[in-house]
Design a protein around this ligand. Structure first.
Ligand SMILES: Cc1cc2nc3c(=O)[nH]c(=O)nc-3n(C[C@H](O)[C@H](O)[C@H](O)COP(=O)(O)O)c2cc1C
Length: 319
C-alpha cells in the first residue's frame, strides 16, 4: 500500500474535487497521467438513500489502468456499509470515507466534517464500512470542525476503526480553504499514528511537495487544486525524483484541454460546457503571474460555445 516508485517518488494521488474535478476533468488529466491513483468526488449517502442508484455514479474503470477509489459520505452506518458493498460489486479496490466536506447541506445531516465533532461516532461510521468489505477502507479528514480540540481523538478513532490509512487536509471545517494548511498537524498525525498518513493541502509545485515530505514525514501525497492549476504537476514531481525535468509543451496543454472539451461535449449542454471550461481556465490561469493578469478577461468573456472560448484562451496560453 502506498508504494514509492523505483526512484523514491512517494505515491501520488489525485484528490477528489466535487464540481471541479468531475469525470471530464479526471479523464483529461488521466490522459496526462503521472499519478498512481485518483479518488472520485464523494457519493452522498443520505438517510433515505437508494443505494443502487447512487453507486451508478461510480465507474471503477474510468481511468484504467489508473485505479479510481470510491468515496462515500454519510452518517447512517447501515447504509454506508451497504453502499461500500455495492461499490465492491462495481469493482472498487478501495473505499474512502469522507470526514471533511464543509458544506452545510451535508454537515447539517451529520456527515462529512460533522463526523469530526464526535470521535466515537466517527469510529462507528468508519468501522461499519471496514466491517462490511474486504478491500481497504480509508478515511479522508480535516483537522477538526470548529477547532482542533478533538484532532488526536479523531485520528485515533480512525486508526481504531481498522482504516488502512488516513488522508489529512489540515484545516478545520470553519477555516474552509484559508489560512494556509497546517502541515505541522500532518507531522503530529505521523507521530501519533501507526497507520500511514497521506499529506494533503496547498501543494502547488514540486518544491511544495518536497517541503511537505520533509516537514511532515508523510507516507504519500494527495494533490487537488494544484493539479487543476498545473495538470503536469505529478509528472514534474516524479521527474524530480528521477533526476530529470518534465517540461510540458504547448501541444501537451492543448491536447489535455481538447480531451476535456470532448468529454464535456458528451455529457452536458453547450452553455454548461462554456461555464465549466471557464472554471477550469480560471484555475489554469493561476499558473503564472503573467497568466494571472489575463485571468479576469477570461472569466468576464462571453462565448457561444467552448471552442470559441478555448480559441480566445489560446491567445494568452500560447504566448
Ligand atoms: C472544488 C472542491 C471540491 C472538493 N470536493 C471534495 C470531495 O468530494 N471529497 C473530499 O474528500 N474532498 C474534497 N475537496 C477537498 C480536496 O480533496 C482537498 O482535500 C483540498 O482541496 C486540499 O487540497 P489541495 O490544496 O491540494 O487542493 C474538495 C476541494 C475543492 C477545492
Amino acid at each position: 500500500m502506498l508504494p514509492k516508485d523505483p526512484n523514491g517518488c512517494p505515491y501520488l494521488q489525485l484528490a477528489p474535487m466535487e464540481g471541479v474535478g468531475d469525470a471530464c476533468f479526471r479523464k483529461a488529466i488521466g490522459t496526462v497521467g503521472g499519478f498512481d491513483e485518483a479518488v472520485r468526488d464523494f457519493l452522498r449517502i443520505p438517510t433515505n438513500a437508494h443505494i443502487k442508484s447512487i453507486v451508478k455514479g461510480y465507474n471503477s474503470e474510468e481511468l484504467a489502468p489508473i485505479p479510481l477509489a470510491a468515496q462515500i459520505m454519510g452518517s447512517d452506518t447501515d447504509l454506508m456499509a451497504e453502499a461500500a458493498q455495492e461499490l465492491v460489486q462495481k469493482g472498487a479496490k478501495r473505499i474512502d470515507v469522507n470526514c471533511g466536506c464543509p458544506s452545510n447541506t451535508v454537515t447539517g445531516k451529520g456527515a462529512g466534517s460533522s463526523l469530526l465533532k464526535e470521535p466515537k461516532f466517527l469510529y462507528e461510521v468508519a468501522k461499519s464500512v471496514v466491517d462490511a468489505v474486504s478491500i481497504p477502507v480509508t478515511v479522508k479528514m480535516r483537522s477538526g470542525f470548529d477547532d482542533i480540540s478533538l484532532f488526536k481523538e479523531n485520528l485515533l478513532a480512525v486508526q481504531e476503526s481498522g482504516a488502512k490509512y488516513v488522508t489529512l487536509h489540515p484545516r478545520t471545517k470553519v477555516e474552509g480553504y484559508t489560512p494556509p494548511a497546517r502541515w505541522d498537524l500532518i507531522h503530529q498525525a505521523k507521530t501519533l499514528l501507526k497507520i500511514p498518513v497521506v499529506g494533503n493541502g496547498d501543494i502547488l509545485n514540486v518544491q511544495n511537495a518536497l517541503d511537505m515530505m520533509k516537514q511532515t514525514g508523510c507516507d504519500a501525497l494527495m494533490i487537488g487544486r494544484g493539479s487543476v492549476i498545473n495538470p503536469f504537476i505529478f509528472h514534474q514531481i516524479r521527474a524530480h525524483f528521477a533526476k530529470t525535468t518534465y517540461k510540458p509543451t504547448q501541444d501537451d496543454l492543448m491536447k489535455y484541454l481538447s480531451v476535456y472539451l470532448a468529454n464535456m461535449a458528451q455529457e452536458m449542454p453547450v452553455q454548461l460546457q462554456v461555464n465549466k471550461l471557464k472554471q477550469l481556465l480560471g484555475f489554469l490561469f493561476k499558473r503564472s503571474a503573467k497568466l494571472l493578469e489575463s485571468r479576469i478577461l477570461i472569466l468576464r468573456s462571453s462565448h457561444p460555445n467552448p471552442n470559441s472560448l478555448l480559441e480566445y484562451a489560446k491567445t494568452f496560453l500560447i504566448n
